[in-house]
Design a protein around this ligand. Sequence first.
Ligand code: SD4
Length: 338
Amino acid sequence: MRFDSRMLSRRQFITHSSVAVAALSAGCQTHRSSKSMTASTTQRPLIVSTWPFGKPANEKALATLQSGGSGLDAIVAGIGVAESDLSNSSVGAGGLPNADGVVQLDACIMSGPGHQAGGVGAIEDIEHPIAVARAVMEKTPHVLLVGAGATQFALKEGFPEKDLNTPQAQAAWREWKSKQTGEKGHDTIAMLMLMPDGNIYGGCSTSGLAYKIPGRVGDSPLIGDGLYVDNEVGAAGATGVGENVMRYCGSFLVVEYMRRGATPEEACAETILRTARQDPKGIDLSINFVALDKQGRFGAAGVGKGFDYSVTYPGFSQVLHSLALSNLEVKVIGGHIR
Ligand code: SD4
């Protein structure tokens, strides 16, 4: 299936309105060809991840590659930076706990070559769920382990047991517990990587929604939801309210739009608009996507004000602002996706 002319005019609408503004405000116009306004680079490796805290993670991933590590080593080391950052209350150690005050983490990893995947859901007491996800992928015939089974597997594999709660996270939980309301911040890291040989890798790691029901698993460890890699096309990752991603297989959809010719930014936008068109919540979804493709194009889109994402390649490492999608775009272009 190809984009029809109606699709093209909607794409032009996106390109010439918010994308242009987002590109200029991000100061990245030098990376967009004047014709398509598409962000791209010929530099490899290209590493794209969600949020400003993705920047040090990207840089660690790049350094890992430059010192001879593999793509998977780089994903694990890069995401590991966010997982170990105690000031980050939404990934790894220091993540806000569930309703019982227990930190439960979700993560997954994908290798484009061989189309391999592994993940863990609601794992406890393990600082680096991304590394456990890799072990699930490489050492078991399975894709996803959850709960006590995931924790037991990690311990058996030699991952150290660690109390992931910080005094700050415990205090925030006690505050929430007494009022049953409060800050429920949540920012997942999804990292995508295009290698010099054209292979693509990705990973995703989160503590999930703060104060979630114990056992709740979000989009982040689920292949096709929080992350999807297709070595022929590209990769996508999600951050935001997982339930609003999971009901639409968000990252898979982004990759499928790219397969049909959309740029990464257009594909992220099309996915959000299609979701908003169908969903009872409309645009009020709190979802965001990052994507890159096989040609080295990259982009992102988010609802409302959009979100910041990090792009790193040799000689360049910056936080950029995504395309922002509002009800205007849903009304004008959201209802006609084929
Ligand atoms: C989840 N998607 O567990 C994650 C949370 C997140 O930005 O990404 N927040 O629903």
